[in-house]
Ligand binder design. Structure first.
Ligand SMILES: Cc1cc2nc3c(=O)[nH]c(=O)nc-3n(C[C@H](O)[C@H](O)[C@H](O)COP(=O)(O)OP(=O)(O)OC[C@H]3O[C@@H](n4cnc5c(N)ncnc54)[C@H](O)[C@@H]3O)c2cc1C
Length: 476
Protein backbone atom coordinates (compact mmCIF):
# COMPACT_ATOMS: atom_id res chain seq x y z
CA UNK A 1 0.00 0.00 0.00
CA UNK A 2 1.40 3.39 -1.01
CA UNK A 3 0.87 6.17 1.57
CA UNK A 4 0.70 9.88 0.80
CA UNK A 5 0.83 12.44 3.61
CA UNK A 6 -0.46 15.91 2.78
CA UNK A 7 -2.07 18.90 4.42
CA UNK A 8 -4.99 19.16 1.97
CA UNK A 9 -6.94 16.53 0.01
CA UNK A 10 -9.45 17.63 -2.63
CA UNK A 11 -11.87 14.96 -3.82
CA UNK A 12 -13.03 15.67 -7.38
CA UNK A 13 -11.43 17.57 -10.26
CA UNK A 14 -14.60 19.22 -11.55
CA UNK A 15 -15.39 22.94 -11.57
CA UNK A 16 -15.40 23.27 -7.78
CA UNK A 17 -12.42 20.95 -7.14
CA UNK A 18 -10.25 22.73 -9.70
CA UNK A 19 -11.28 26.08 -8.21
CA UNK A 20 -10.19 24.89 -4.79
CA UNK A 21 -6.97 23.49 -6.27
CA UNK A 22 -6.08 26.79 -7.98
CA UNK A 23 -6.30 28.64 -4.65
CA UNK A 24 -4.60 26.12 -2.39
CA UNK A 25 -1.77 25.29 -4.79
CA UNK A 26 -0.74 28.96 -4.77
CA UNK A 27 -0.05 28.69 -1.01
CA UNK A 28 1.37 25.20 -0.52
CA UNK A 29 2.81 22.16 -2.25
CA UNK A 30 1.27 19.85 0.37
CA UNK A 31 -1.93 18.86 -1.42
CA UNK A 32 -3.43 16.20 -3.61
CA UNK A 33 -6.48 16.34 -5.89
CA UNK A 34 -8.14 12.96 -6.40
CA UNK A 35 -10.25 12.26 -9.46
CA UNK A 36 -12.36 9.21 -10.22
CA UNK A 37 -13.13 8.83 -13.92
CA UNK A 38 -12.28 11.08 -16.83
CA UNK A 39 -10.96 14.60 -16.33
CA UNK A 40 -12.73 17.40 -18.18
CA UNK A 41 -15.54 18.32 -15.70
CA UNK A 42 -19.24 17.50 -15.77
CA UNK A 43 -19.98 20.93 -17.26
CA UNK A 44 -17.79 20.46 -20.33
CA UNK A 45 -18.21 16.70 -20.87
CA UNK A 46 -21.83 15.87 -20.05
CA UNK A 47 -23.49 19.02 -18.71
CA UNK A 48 -23.79 22.70 -19.60
CA UNK A 49 -21.82 22.67 -22.84
CA UNK A 50 -23.03 19.59 -24.76
CA UNK A 51 -26.63 20.33 -23.74
CA UNK A 52 -26.35 23.87 -25.10
CA UNK A 53 -24.71 22.56 -28.29
CA UNK A 54 -27.69 20.24 -28.76
CA UNK A 55 -30.19 23.01 -28.06
CA UNK A 56 -28.55 25.26 -30.65
CA UNK A 57 -28.89 22.56 -33.33
CA UNK A 58 -32.53 22.19 -32.26
CA UNK A 59 -33.06 25.95 -32.62
CA UNK A 60 -31.86 25.75 -36.22
CA UNK A 61 -34.22 22.85 -36.91
CA UNK A 62 -37.07 24.82 -35.33
CA UNK A 63 -36.41 27.78 -37.65
CA UNK A 64 -37.08 25.47 -40.60
CA UNK A 65 -40.64 24.97 -39.41
CA UNK A 66 -41.31 28.51 -38.21
CA UNK A 67 -39.66 30.76 -40.79
CA UNK A 68 -42.59 30.57 -43.21
CA UNK A 69 -44.45 32.95 -40.87
CA UNK A 70 -41.97 35.64 -41.97
CA UNK A 71 -42.47 34.90 -45.66
CA UNK A 72 -39.30 32.85 -45.79
CA UNK A 73 -40.36 29.25 -46.36
CA UNK A 74 -37.47 26.86 -45.72
CA UNK A 75 -36.96 23.20 -46.29
CA UNK A 76 -34.39 20.83 -44.89
CA UNK A 77 -34.02 17.83 -42.68
CA UNK A 78 -32.19 16.91 -39.52
CA UNK A 79 -29.16 14.63 -39.89
CA UNK A 80 -28.96 13.18 -36.41
CA UNK A 81 -25.50 11.73 -36.90
CA UNK A 82 -24.11 15.07 -38.00
CA UNK A 83 -25.83 16.89 -35.13
CA UNK A 84 -24.18 14.58 -32.61
CA UNK A 85 -20.83 14.50 -34.40
CA UNK A 86 -20.65 18.29 -34.42
CA UNK A 87 -21.69 18.39 -30.77
CA UNK A 88 -18.88 16.03 -29.78
CA UNK A 89 -16.34 17.79 -31.99
CA UNK A 90 -17.02 21.21 -30.43
CA UNK A 91 -17.24 19.74 -26.97
CA UNK A 92 -14.05 17.71 -27.19
CA UNK A 93 -11.89 20.08 -29.19
CA UNK A 94 -12.88 23.26 -27.39
CA UNK A 95 -14.49 22.91 -23.98
CA UNK A 96 -13.00 19.64 -22.75
CA UNK A 97 -9.65 20.36 -24.46
CA UNK A 98 -9.40 23.74 -22.67
CA UNK A 99 -9.96 22.04 -19.37
CA UNK A 100 -7.50 19.25 -20.07
CA UNK A 101 -4.82 21.79 -21.00
CA UNK A 102 -5.16 23.22 -17.49
CA UNK A 103 -5.21 19.79 -15.83
CA UNK A 104 -2.13 18.69 -17.80
CA UNK A 105 -0.17 21.59 -16.38
CA UNK A 106 -0.86 20.46 -12.81
CA UNK A 107 2.26 18.76 -11.39
CA UNK A 108 1.95 14.95 -11.33
CA UNK A 109 2.49 14.75 -7.55
CA UNK A 110 -0.63 16.89 -7.02
CA UNK A 111 -2.88 14.46 -8.94
CA UNK A 112 -4.15 11.06 -7.99
CA UNK A 113 -6.57 8.90 -9.97
CA UNK A 114 -9.11 6.56 -8.39
CA UNK A 115 -12.22 6.61 -6.24
CA UNK A 116 -11.60 8.06 -2.78
CA UNK A 117 -13.42 7.02 0.38
CA UNK A 118 -12.80 7.60 4.07
CA UNK A 119 -11.45 4.65 6.00
CA UNK A 120 -10.73 6.54 9.22
CA UNK A 121 -10.77 10.15 10.46
CA UNK A 122 -8.14 12.00 8.42
CA UNK A 123 -7.52 8.98 6.18
CA UNK A 124 -8.69 8.10 2.68
CA UNK A 125 -8.27 4.98 0.59
CA UNK A 126 -7.98 5.72 -3.10
CA UNK A 127 -8.73 2.73 -5.30
CA UNK A 128 -7.26 -0.37 -3.66
CA UNK A 129 -3.59 0.51 -3.32
CA UNK A 130 -3.14 4.09 -2.08
CA UNK A 131 -3.83 5.69 1.27
CA UNK A 132 -3.91 9.43 1.76
CA UNK A 133 -3.48 11.01 5.17
CA UNK A 134 -4.61 14.64 5.19
CA UNK A 135 -5.48 17.28 7.75
CA UNK A 136 -8.13 19.10 5.72
CA UNK A 137 -10.53 17.79 3.09
CA UNK A 138 -12.54 19.43 0.36
CA UNK A 139 -15.33 17.21 -0.91
CA UNK A 140 -15.97 18.51 -4.44
CA UNK A 141 -17.25 15.19 -5.72
CA UNK A 142 -20.34 16.39 -7.62
CA UNK A 143 -23.53 14.44 -8.17
CA UNK A 144 -24.87 11.69 -10.43
CA UNK A 145 -28.21 11.05 -12.12
CA UNK A 146 -30.71 9.17 -9.96
CA UNK A 147 -32.23 6.20 -11.79
CA UNK A 148 -35.20 4.54 -10.13
CA UNK A 149 -35.11 0.76 -9.89
CA UNK A 150 -38.38 0.62 -11.83
CA UNK A 151 -36.19 0.99 -14.96
CA UNK A 152 -33.96 -2.00 -14.17
CA UNK A 153 -35.65 -4.34 -16.70
CA UNK A 154 -34.91 -1.85 -19.53
CA UNK A 155 -31.45 -0.64 -18.51
CA UNK A 156 -30.01 -1.45 -21.95
CA UNK A 157 -32.24 1.27 -23.40
CA UNK A 158 -31.94 3.76 -20.54
CA UNK A 159 -29.91 6.92 -21.04
CA UNK A 160 -28.93 9.63 -18.60
CA UNK A 161 -27.16 12.92 -19.23
CA UNK A 162 -23.93 10.97 -18.54
CA UNK A 163 -24.48 8.72 -21.58
CA UNK A 164 -26.84 10.58 -23.90
CA UNK A 165 -24.17 12.65 -25.70
CA UNK A 166 -22.27 9.53 -26.76
CA UNK A 167 -25.13 8.33 -29.01
CA UNK A 168 -24.07 7.85 -32.65
CA UNK A 169 -27.49 8.87 -33.96
CA UNK A 170 -30.71 10.33 -32.61
CA UNK A 171 -33.30 7.74 -31.57
CA UNK A 172 -36.63 7.55 -33.39
CA UNK A 173 -38.59 7.92 -30.16
CA UNK A 174 -37.76 8.70 -26.56
CA UNK A 175 -39.51 8.88 -23.20
CA UNK A 176 -38.07 11.64 -21.02
CA UNK A 177 -38.59 10.97 -17.34
CA UNK A 178 -38.70 14.13 -15.22
CA UNK A 179 -39.76 17.74 -15.60
CA UNK A 180 -36.70 19.45 -14.14
CA UNK A 181 -34.08 21.53 -15.91
CA UNK A 182 -32.29 18.71 -17.72
CA UNK A 183 -35.49 16.90 -18.75
CA UNK A 184 -37.10 20.03 -20.19
CA UNK A 185 -33.99 21.29 -21.97
CA UNK A 186 -33.12 17.96 -23.59
CA UNK A 187 -36.75 16.92 -24.12
CA UNK A 188 -37.63 20.04 -26.08
CA UNK A 189 -34.39 19.91 -28.08
CA UNK A 190 -35.02 16.28 -29.06
CA UNK A 191 -38.60 17.05 -30.04
CA UNK A 192 -37.39 19.92 -32.26
CA UNK A 193 -34.80 17.64 -33.82
CA UNK A 194 -37.61 15.35 -34.94
CA UNK A 195 -37.42 12.67 -32.23
CA UNK A 196 -40.89 11.50 -31.10
CA UNK A 197 -40.63 12.70 -27.53
CA UNK A 198 -42.94 12.24 -24.56
CA UNK A 199 -42.17 13.84 -21.20
CA UNK A 200 -43.37 12.15 -18.03
CA UNK A 201 -43.49 14.34 -14.93
CA UNK A 202 -44.38 13.50 -11.37
CA UNK A 203 -45.50 16.50 -9.35
CA UNK A 204 -47.62 18.16 -12.04
CA UNK A 205 -45.57 21.35 -11.70
CA UNK A 206 -42.54 22.95 -13.25
CA UNK A 207 -40.86 23.42 -9.91
CA UNK A 208 -38.07 25.64 -11.17
CA UNK A 209 -40.68 28.40 -10.84
CA UNK A 210 -42.52 28.91 -7.57
CA UNK A 211 -45.42 31.29 -8.19
CA UNK A 212 -48.47 29.12 -9.00
CA UNK A 213 -49.45 31.32 -11.95
CA UNK A 214 -45.92 31.15 -13.38
CA UNK A 215 -45.86 27.36 -12.95
CA UNK A 216 -49.19 27.08 -14.72
CA UNK A 217 -48.16 29.34 -17.56
CA UNK A 218 -44.88 27.47 -18.08
CA UNK A 219 -46.67 24.13 -18.24
CA UNK A 220 -49.37 25.46 -20.58
CA UNK A 221 -46.82 27.08 -22.87
CA UNK A 222 -44.47 24.10 -23.10
CA UNK A 223 -47.47 21.76 -23.22
CA UNK A 224 -48.76 23.36 -26.44
CA UNK A 225 -45.59 22.21 -28.21
CA UNK A 226 -44.55 19.09 -26.29
CA UNK A 227 -46.28 15.86 -25.40
CA UNK A 228 -46.23 16.11 -21.58
CA UNK A 229 -47.88 14.00 -18.90
CA UNK A 230 -47.19 16.25 -15.92
CA UNK A 231 -48.38 14.27 -12.93
CA UNK A 232 -48.18 10.60 -12.12
CA UNK A 233 -45.48 7.96 -12.00
CA UNK A 234 -43.90 5.19 -14.01
CA UNK A 235 -45.10 1.98 -12.37
CA UNK A 236 -43.36 -0.63 -14.51
CA UNK A 237 -41.05 -1.08 -17.48
CA UNK A 238 -40.19 -4.01 -19.72
CA UNK A 239 -38.51 -4.68 -23.03
CA UNK A 240 -39.52 -6.66 -26.12
CA UNK A 241 -38.64 -6.60 -29.81
CA UNK A 242 -40.49 -3.31 -30.30
CA UNK A 243 -38.41 -1.48 -27.72
CA UNK A 244 -38.71 -0.37 -24.09
CA UNK A 245 -42.23 -0.17 -22.71
CA UNK A 246 -43.22 1.98 -19.81
CA UNK A 247 -46.45 1.84 -17.91
CA UNK A 248 -47.44 5.19 -16.42
CA UNK A 249 -50.09 5.84 -13.84
CA UNK A 250 -51.56 9.32 -14.08
CA UNK A 251 -52.46 11.08 -10.84
CA UNK A 252 -56.14 10.23 -11.52
CA UNK A 253 -55.26 6.53 -11.33
CA UNK A 254 -55.57 5.90 -15.07
CA UNK A 255 -52.78 3.65 -16.44
CA UNK A 256 -51.42 3.36 -19.96
CA UNK A 257 -48.36 1.89 -21.69
CA UNK A 258 -46.20 3.18 -24.53
CA UNK A 259 -43.14 1.81 -26.28
CA UNK A 260 -39.97 3.82 -27.05
CA UNK A 261 -36.56 3.30 -28.62
CA UNK A 262 -34.91 4.94 -25.65
CA UNK A 263 -35.70 6.25 -22.17
CA UNK A 264 -33.89 9.32 -20.89
CA UNK A 265 -34.04 9.37 -17.11
CA UNK A 266 -33.59 12.94 -15.86
CA UNK A 267 -35.54 12.78 -12.63
CA UNK A 268 -33.11 14.33 -10.18
CA UNK A 269 -29.51 13.86 -9.08
CA UNK A 270 -27.83 12.38 -5.99
CA UNK A 271 -24.82 13.89 -4.23
CA UNK A 272 -21.74 11.63 -4.48
CA UNK A 273 -20.99 12.36 -0.81
CA UNK A 274 -23.05 9.25 -0.03
CA UNK A 275 -20.26 7.11 -1.57
CA UNK A 276 -17.43 8.62 0.47
CA UNK A 277 -17.77 6.41 3.54
CA UNK A 278 -18.55 9.43 5.72
CA UNK A 279 -19.39 7.11 8.59
CA UNK A 280 -15.60 6.55 8.88
CA UNK A 281 -14.67 10.23 8.63
CA UNK A 282 -15.18 10.98 12.30
CA UNK A 283 -18.24 13.03 11.39
CA UNK A 284 -21.65 12.02 12.56
CA UNK A 285 -23.10 11.05 9.17
CA UNK A 286 -26.29 12.98 9.77
CA UNK A 287 -24.18 16.12 10.18
CA UNK A 288 -23.15 15.97 6.54
CA UNK A 289 -26.62 17.13 5.58
CA UNK A 290 -26.89 20.50 3.94
CA UNK A 291 -28.13 21.96 7.22
CA UNK A 292 -24.65 21.73 8.67
CA UNK A 293 -22.75 22.91 5.60
CA UNK A 294 -22.38 26.60 6.26
CA UNK A 295 -22.89 28.40 2.91
CA UNK A 296 -20.56 31.22 3.99
CA UNK A 297 -17.59 28.91 4.63
CA UNK A 298 -18.67 25.55 3.07
CA UNK A 299 -17.47 24.00 6.33
CA UNK A 300 -19.14 20.85 7.58
CA UNK A 301 -19.84 21.34 11.30
CA UNK A 302 -16.68 21.89 13.34
CA UNK A 303 -14.54 19.52 11.28
CA UNK A 304 -11.85 20.53 8.79
CA UNK A 305 -14.07 19.04 6.09
CA UNK A 306 -15.54 21.34 3.43
CA UNK A 307 -18.15 20.49 0.81
CA UNK A 308 -18.46 22.41 -2.46
CA UNK A 309 -20.36 22.41 -5.76
CA UNK A 310 -23.07 19.94 -6.74
CA UNK A 311 -22.09 17.72 -3.81
CA UNK A 312 -24.01 20.17 -1.59
CA UNK A 313 -27.73 20.59 -2.07
CA UNK A 314 -27.33 24.31 -2.71
CA UNK A 315 -28.21 25.56 -6.23
CA UNK A 316 -26.54 22.99 -8.58
CA UNK A 317 -25.27 25.41 -11.22
CA UNK A 318 -21.85 26.10 -12.63
CA UNK A 319 -21.16 29.55 -11.21
CA UNK A 320 -22.08 28.38 -7.71
CA UNK A 321 -19.75 25.38 -8.02
CA UNK A 322 -17.01 27.77 -9.16
CA UNK A 323 -17.58 30.09 -6.17
CA UNK A 324 -17.97 27.31 -3.61
CA UNK A 325 -14.68 25.63 -4.53
CA UNK A 326 -12.89 28.90 -3.86
CA UNK A 327 -14.82 29.64 -0.65
CA UNK A 328 -14.01 26.14 0.62
CA UNK A 329 -10.33 26.63 -0.26
CA UNK A 330 -10.10 30.00 1.52
CA UNK A 331 -11.66 28.49 4.62
CA UNK A 332 -9.52 25.36 4.54
CA UNK A 333 -6.41 27.55 4.25
CA UNK A 334 -7.45 29.71 7.21
CA UNK A 335 -8.87 26.85 9.33
CA UNK A 336 -9.84 27.05 12.22
CA UNK A 337 -10.41 30.76 11.57
CA UNK A 338 -13.46 31.13 9.30
CA UNK A 339 -13.37 33.56 6.36
CA UNK A 340 -17.09 33.98 5.66
CA UNK A 341 -17.87 34.84 2.06
CA UNK A 342 -20.73 36.99 0.91
CA UNK A 343 -22.76 34.82 -1.47
CA UNK A 344 -24.18 36.15 -4.69
CA UNK A 345 -27.95 36.32 -5.16
CA UNK A 346 -29.28 33.08 -6.67
CA UNK A 347 -29.61 33.00 -10.47
CA UNK A 348 -30.83 30.11 -12.55
CA UNK A 349 -31.70 29.95 -16.24
CA UNK A 350 -33.36 27.06 -18.05
CA UNK A 351 -32.60 27.06 -21.76
CA UNK A 352 -36.01 26.01 -22.98
CA UNK A 353 -37.91 28.11 -25.51
CA UNK A 354 -39.33 30.22 -23.96
CA UNK A 355 -36.60 30.32 -21.34
CA UNK A 356 -37.28 30.09 -17.62
CA UNK A 357 -35.27 32.21 -15.19
CA UNK A 358 -35.37 32.80 -11.48
CA UNK A 359 -33.34 35.48 -9.76
CA UNK A 360 -32.88 36.49 -6.13
CA UNK A 361 -35.60 35.39 -3.74
CA UNK A 362 -38.35 33.30 -5.22
CA UNK A 363 -42.05 33.98 -4.64
CA UNK A 364 -42.09 31.00 -2.24
CA UNK A 365 -39.13 32.32 -0.25
CA UNK A 366 -40.86 35.67 0.16
CA UNK A 367 -43.84 34.09 1.86
CA UNK A 368 -44.94 36.20 4.83
CA UNK A 369 -43.16 39.31 3.61
CA UNK A 370 -45.00 42.39 2.27
CA UNK A 371 -44.22 42.58 -1.40
CA UNK A 372 -45.52 44.24 -4.52
CA UNK A 373 -45.56 42.16 -7.68
CA UNK A 374 -44.96 43.67 -11.10
CA UNK A 375 -46.62 41.14 -13.37
CA UNK A 376 -46.91 41.34 -17.17
CA UNK A 377 -47.10 39.09 -20.21
CA UNK A 378 -43.61 38.59 -21.67
CA UNK A 379 -44.18 40.86 -24.59
CA UNK A 380 -42.90 44.16 -25.96
CA UNK A 381 -42.82 45.64 -29.46
CA UNK A 382 -39.51 43.83 -29.96
CA UNK A 383 -41.00 40.48 -28.93
CA UNK A 384 -43.84 41.03 -31.39
CA UNK A 385 -41.28 41.70 -34.14
CA UNK A 386 -39.61 38.39 -33.25
CA UNK A 387 -43.00 36.63 -33.12
CA UNK A 388 -41.93 35.48 -29.65
CA UNK A 389 -44.49 36.91 -27.28
CA UNK A 390 -45.27 33.92 -25.07
CA UNK A 391 -44.68 33.91 -21.34
CA UNK A 392 -44.82 36.15 -18.34
CA UNK A 393 -42.57 38.16 -16.06
CA UNK A 394 -43.00 38.78 -12.34
CA UNK A 395 -40.74 41.06 -10.32
CA UNK A 396 -41.03 41.11 -6.53
CA UNK A 397 -40.38 44.38 -4.72
CA UNK A 398 -40.21 45.15 -1.05
CA UNK A 399 -43.56 46.89 -0.46
CA UNK A 400 -42.06 49.51 1.85
CA UNK A 401 -38.85 50.46 0.07
CA UNK A 402 -39.33 49.38 -3.54
CA UNK A 403 -36.06 47.38 -3.39
CA UNK A 404 -36.07 44.57 -5.96
CA UNK A 405 -35.96 41.27 -4.08
CA UNK A 406 -36.46 38.66 -6.76
CA UNK A 407 -38.08 37.74 -10.06
CA UNK A 408 -39.47 34.79 -11.98
CA UNK A 409 -39.45 34.88 -15.78
CA UNK A 410 -40.82 32.79 -18.62
CA UNK A 411 -39.99 34.30 -21.98
CA UNK A 412 -37.88 34.47 -25.09
CA UNK A 413 -34.22 34.95 -24.17
CA UNK A 414 -35.20 35.73 -20.60
CA UNK A 415 -31.54 35.15 -19.67
CA UNK A 416 -30.68 38.75 -20.58
CA UNK A 417 -33.35 40.42 -18.48
CA UNK A 418 -32.47 37.94 -15.73
CA UNK A 419 -28.88 39.20 -15.71
CA UNK A 420 -30.00 42.84 -15.56
CA UNK A 421 -32.24 41.98 -12.64
CA UNK A 422 -29.39 40.07 -11.00
CA UNK A 423 -27.22 43.19 -11.26
CA UNK A 424 -29.96 45.30 -9.69
CA UNK A 425 -30.51 42.79 -6.88
CA UNK A 426 -26.77 42.42 -6.22
CA UNK A 427 -26.54 46.16 -5.65
CA UNK A 428 -29.75 46.41 -3.61
CA UNK A 429 -31.35 48.70 -6.18
CA UNK A 430 -34.91 49.95 -6.02
CA UNK A 431 -37.30 49.86 -8.96
CA UNK A 432 -36.97 53.64 -9.15
CA UNK A 433 -33.19 53.42 -9.54
CA UNK A 434 -33.45 50.88 -12.35
CA UNK A 435 -36.09 53.04 -14.01
CA UNK A 436 -33.63 55.92 -14.16
CA UNK A 437 -31.50 54.16 -16.78
CA UNK A 438 -32.09 54.82 -20.48
CA UNK A 439 -33.93 52.09 -22.36
CA UNK A 440 -33.62 51.86 -26.11
CA UNK A 441 -36.66 51.45 -28.36
CA UNK A 442 -37.56 48.86 -29.51
CA UNK A 443 -35.72 46.45 -27.19
CA UNK A 444 -36.56 43.55 -24.89
CA UNK A 445 -35.43 45.75 -22.01
CA UNK A 446 -38.58 47.85 -22.46
CA UNK A 447 -40.38 44.94 -20.86
CA UNK A 448 -38.24 45.28 -17.74
CA UNK A 449 -39.08 48.98 -17.60
CA UNK A 450 -42.79 48.22 -18.04
CA UNK A 451 -42.93 45.55 -15.36
CA UNK A 452 -41.19 47.82 -12.87
CA UNK A 453 -43.66 50.58 -13.74
CA UNK A 454 -46.46 48.08 -13.26
CA UNK A 455 -45.15 47.35 -9.76
CA UNK A 456 -44.73 51.04 -9.03
CA UNK A 457 -48.33 51.63 -10.07
CA UNK A 458 -49.51 48.95 -7.68
CA UNK A 459 -47.30 50.01 -4.82
CA UNK A 460 -47.84 53.80 -4.97
CA UNK A 461 -44.77 55.23 -3.27
CA UNK A 462 -44.06 51.87 -1.70
CA UNK A 463 -45.52 53.12 1.56
CA UNK A 464 -49.25 52.71 1.18
CA UNK A 465 -51.71 50.61 -0.78
CA UNK A 466 -49.51 47.55 -0.62
CA UNK A 467 -50.64 44.14 -1.67
CA UNK A 468 -49.52 41.53 0.79
CA UNK A 469 -48.14 38.18 -0.15
CA UNK A 470 -51.21 36.39 1.15
CA UNK A 471 -53.54 38.54 -0.90
CA UNK A 472 -51.46 37.88 -4.04
CA UNK A 473 -51.61 34.19 -3.22
CA UNK A 474 -55.38 34.34 -3.31
CA UNK A 475 -55.30 36.19 -6.62
CA UNK A 476 -52.95 33.66 -8.23
C1 LIG B 1 -27.08 17.96 -18.52
C2 LIG B 1 -26.63 19.09 -17.61
C3 LIG B 1 -26.76 20.39 -18.04
C4 LIG B 1 -26.32 21.43 -17.22
N1 LIG B 1 -26.46 22.71 -17.68
C5 LIG B 1 -26.03 23.73 -16.92
C6 LIG B 1 -26.11 25.07 -17.38
O1 LIG B 1 -26.55 25.33 -18.50
N2 LIG B 1 -25.66 26.06 -16.58
C7 LIG B 1 -25.17 25.81 -15.32
O2 LIG B 1 -24.80 26.75 -14.62
N3 LIG B 1 -25.08 24.55 -14.84
C8 LIG B 1 -25.49 23.52 -15.61
N4 LIG B 1 -25.36 22.24 -15.15
C9 LIG B 1 -24.80 22.02 -13.79
C10 LIG B 1 -23.27 22.14 -13.78
O3 LIG B 1 -22.75 21.30 -14.78
C11 LIG B 1 -22.76 21.72 -12.40
O4 LIG B 1 -23.32 22.60 -11.44
C12 LIG B 1 -21.24 21.76 -12.25
O5 LIG B 1 -20.62 21.11 -13.31
C13 LIG B 1 -20.86 21.08 -10.93
O6 LIG B 1 -19.45 21.06 -10.76
P1 LIG B 1 -18.82 20.23 -9.56
O7 LIG B 1 -17.37 20.59 -9.50
O8 LIG B 1 -19.61 20.39 -8.33
O9 LIG B 1 -18.98 18.71 -9.97
P2 LIG B 1 -18.29 17.87 -11.15
O10 LIG B 1 -17.84 18.71 -12.28
O11 LIG B 1 -19.24 16.77 -11.43
O12 LIG B 1 -16.98 17.28 -10.48
C14 LIG B 1 -17.00 16.26 -9.51
C15 LIG B 1 -15.92 15.25 -9.86
O13 LIG B 1 -15.69 14.41 -8.72
C16 LIG B 1 -15.44 13.11 -9.18
N5 LIG B 1 -15.71 12.18 -8.08
C17 LIG B 1 -16.92 11.83 -7.55
N6 LIG B 1 -16.75 10.97 -6.51
C18 LIG B 1 -15.42 10.81 -6.37
C19 LIG B 1 -14.62 10.03 -5.48
N7 LIG B 1 -15.17 9.28 -4.51
N8 LIG B 1 -13.27 10.07 -5.62
C20 LIG B 1 -12.68 10.83 -6.59
N9 LIG B 1 -13.39 11.58 -7.46
C21 LIG B 1 -14.75 11.57 -7.36
C22 LIG B 1 -16.39 12.95 -10.33
O14 LIG B 1 -15.99 11.92 -11.21
C23 LIG B 1 -16.32 14.33 -10.99
O15 LIG B 1 -15.34 14.36 -12.01
C24 LIG B 1 -25.76 21.16 -15.95
C25 LIG B 1 -25.60 19.84 -15.52
C26 LIG B 1 -26.03 18.81 -16.33
C27 LIG B 1 -25.84 17.38 -15.88
Amino acid sequence: MKTINVEYAIIGAGTSGLGAYSKISRKTDSLVMIQDGPYGTTCARVGCMPSKLLITAADYAHHLYTSEFFGVPASGRVDGRKVLERLRRERDQRFVANNLRYVNKIPAHHKLEGRARFIAPGQLRVGESVEVNAKKFILACGSRPAVSEVFEPVMARVLTSDTFFELEDLPRSIAVIGMGVIALELGQALHRLGVETTIYGRSGKINALTHPAMQREALDTLGTELDIYPSGQVVSAWEDTEGAWIEYEKSNGQRFSRVFDRILVAAGRLSNVDRLGMEHAGVDFTEVDSATVDPQTMRCSDYPIFIAGDATDHLPVWHEAFDEGRIAADNALSYPEPVPAERRPPLMVIFTDPQIAIIGQSFRQLEGREIVIGDLPFTSPRHVVWNKDQGRIQVYLDARTGVILGAELLGYQAEHLAHLLALAITHGMTAEQVLSMPVYHPSAEELLRDVLMDARGKGGKFASENITHSKIDRLA
